[in-house]
Design a protein around this ligand. Structure first.
Ligand code: NAD
Length: 465
């Protein structure tokens, strides 16, 4: 072989190797849906979605069942990983949340067809997939949101590319891997759920701009909701809340106190629906506080200590992330108060403009504001909810008061005489979701919200009336 021929052969081999290398990402087994680059994750999900829609609805239902089963089997592991990785929340409560998402998130039964029939024939309005959905998930409910979004989005015929919170990376990636395995074992396509090995805001931005992504769903704070709504794509924004609890003079005061402490301390206040401030009419406020103490609250009465706590947990008008989702005893220790571990919530009386009231803290710290009557309570509750229209809770036996508050506050979830978590299906009727879309109005999102309405018209036939 001449020198030139050798050179050409070497060059060809190099080009072939490079081509092989380029082909790899889309084809590699990439650890069950986890890719190095966002573009690869999206391309693989696109291929998977095309395979998914070739399956029957019955087969699609089997994939949903497989995700539910895998989520239930791993509920404890997911909870342990999330607490260890994020340093937030409570193991036992996270198990409850994972099981809730696995069992009560609607599947394909959520896709209901509308029918019109008459002299001109038969028309169907059916719910069809968007294609590939980009879903951004929070650190507060990492696996719960992935379970809930995967079930709803796949039930509607989509593939989903996740952009998890970097602080919940390992937990989120593990859940994605487990669900992909379950889907493939149940006869579904590989890479129906994908993500990147190192999630970041930069990777999320690539996802938000990618032409293959037809819908974006953000579950998180105001920043990410604004980002998806500015993307120019169809978007669902499930944003922040600051749920107020109103207690009036007609309530069962001990039950109200017990329910409020239970809701506020659930997963150390991480759920966006959890009680964040109490507004109580003055005639029952003392009794309410006494009962709260009986049911696991520690009251701070010293004004200096309340200020110290405020300086500790509120940072530039936002919650100090170091204390989000921590135990009450841990937080109190930082201001020199030692309480036994069975103290679940710290309570304190403040005025309605206090930062502990107005800032969404996501900690078991519960300020109480005393007001003259129920009208003042409702007015203040509407103000401190900031128009998020997320969640509100009321303890009252007066139907007119309940109706007045519900009408005034216009929240997506309104819980009467129960802990806030009844609103997401723990001890309350109705289906579960961990993506509560107040700003964009879908409310408690499920498969029907991840689908497009399409009309199919057959003229002059099949109306048999
Ligand atoms: P976060 O806003 O810090 O992060 C949420 C996700 O958005 C993460 O994956 C993060 O990486 C990403 N992100 C943030 N800014 C972004 C941007 N500009 N572009 C692209 N991606 C971006 O929220 P968190 O601390 O993980 O979660 C707590 C917040 O989420 C609270 O405000 C809570 O009320 C809210 N939340 C709402 C719901 C709901 O259903 N409405 C559910 C859970 C949490």
């Amino acid at each position: 072989m001449s020198v030139d021929a050798q050179k050409i052969e070497k060059l060809v081999r190099k080009i072939l190797e490079e081509m092989e290398e380029k082909k790899k990402p889309a084809e590699t087994e990439c650890e069950w849906g986890i890719f190095d680059h966002m573009n690869q994750a999206i391309e693989a999900a696109e291929i998977a979605q095309k395979e998914l829609v070739q399956l029957s609805l019955g087969q699609r239902g089997k994939l949903i069942e497989a995700i539910r089963k895998a989520a239930k089997e791993n509920a404890e592991k997911f909870a342990r990983m999330a607490v260890d990785e994020t340093g937030m929340g409570k193991y036992e409560d996270k198990i409850v949340k994972n099981l809730l998402a696995a069992e009560k998130t609607p599947g394909i039964e959520d896709l209901r067809t509308e029918v019109f029939s008459g002299d001109d024939g038969l028309t169907l309005v059916e719910l069809s997939p968007y294609g590939v959905i980009g879903a951004i998930t929070p650190t507060t409910n990492p696996t719960e949101t992935i379970i809930c979004n995967s079930i709803g989005m796949i039930a509607a015929g989509n593939a989903v590319v996740f952009s998890p919170h970097p602080r919940a990376k390992n937990t989120s990636l593990y859940a994605i891997k487990i669900f992909n395995q379950a889907i493939v074992e149940a006869g579904g396509p590989k890479n129906l759920i994908t993500t990147v090995a190192n999630p970041s805001i930069e990777q999320a931005e690539i996802m938000m701009k990618h032409k293959t992504i037809k819908m974006l769903v953000a579950t998180g704070g105001p920043g990410v909701v604004k980002a998806v709504l500015s993307s120019g794509k169809k978007a669902i924004g499930a944003g922040a809340g600051n749920p107020p609890v109103v207690v009036d003079e007609t309530a069962d005061i001990e039950k109200a106190a017990k329910d409020i402490i239970a809701g506020c301390s659930f997963d150390n206040n991480l759920p966006c629906v959890a009680e964040k401030e109490v507004i109580a009419v003055e005639s029952i406020a003392d009794r309410l506080i006494d009962y709260m103490k009986k049911h696991g609250a520690y009251e701070i009465t010293n004004k200096e200590q309340i200020q110290q706590l405020t300086d500790l947990v509120v940072e530039n008008g936002h919650a100090n992330k170091e204390f989000v989702g921590k135990d009450a005893a841990y937080i109190l220790k930082h201001i020199g108060i030692n309480v036994p571990p069975d103290i679940r919530v710290a309570i304190m009386e403040v005025d309605g403009k206090h930062p502990l009231v107005t800032v969404e803290l996501m900690m078991p710290i519960l300020p109480i504001v005393r007001v003259k009557n129920v009208d003042q309570a409702i007015e203040l509750a509407v103000e401190v909810e900031h128009g998020f229209r997320h969640t509100a809770i009321m303890h009252s036996k007066n139907v007119d008061h309940l109706t007045k508050f519900a009408k005034a506050i216009q929240t997506t979830i309104f819980v009467k005489n129960a802990p806030s978590y009844a609103g997401i299906g723990v001890g309350g009727e109705g289906y579960a979701t961990f993506t509560i879309a107040g700003p964009t109005g879908e409310g408690l999102t499920s498969a029907k919200d991840f689908a497009r309405k399409r009309k199919c018209v057959l003229v002059d036939a099949l109306s048999i009336r």
